[in-house]
Design a protein around this ligand. Sequence first.
Ligand code: SAM
Length: 237
Amino acid sequence: MRVWRCFLQQSLASGDEVQLPEPLAHRLLNVLRVRVGDALQLFDGKGNEYLAQLTKLAKSGASARIGERVDVQAESVLSMTLGQGICRGEKMDLVIQKATELGVVRIVPLITERVEVQLDGQRLQRRLEHWQQVATSAAEQSQRSAVPEISAPMALLDFVFPGALLLDPAGTHRTRDLPMRSQLSLLVGPEGGFSRREVEAAIAREALALRLGPRTLRTETAGLAALAILQSQFGDM
Ligand code: SAM
């Protein structure tokens, strides 16, 4: 029988009985169709994971008894942050889902000159909650014990710092020439790319403009390809 992994945003300890939040109770009851007595695996997103048994599952609420601690080793030695130029709905979801599977610890939606998506106020808040849920589901599915943080959007030039890796089809650096590192930040342009002014300003701040070969990749391909290469070169793939 499949044991579902579920993220719980609270501290967990063996022997405790925990109330499950309403959205998780709804998913267990109506989507995953588990039953009282079934086993779950609960994790807190900070590296702690436990076996658990469902003790109550009803429309009025759900709870579980926490059992033994489980040792999960799915976090990479390489700490990767992805700065992704905000792209349209389903592309951004895809990037967040796959980047989580590839092991990023943080995703920063970047506001750049050519970003076409307008987000503010309640719309921004709803989108951030949605993106965080996409990352949580991907972490549950990919056996990760940490859930990447989706930060509030930042302007590109507020995010750039010396040594940041900016993906640019005209870049002069190649991944294979990068020195060994245990952490990195990767910046990817939106659908229309970074403007030359942005690239030059980032290079002036000592970012490295990185080229991924001769083909122009779509924004959702470029970041994911680079993350896989970098995880393979410096991490655990
Ligand atoms: N014409 C745009 C340009 O020249 O930047 C293409 C933009 S591309 C669809 C979107 C983003 O993907 C780029 O801003 C860059 O960050 C990344 N990208 C795509 N292909 C790349 C490549 N071959 N090397 C490095 N980055 C690439």
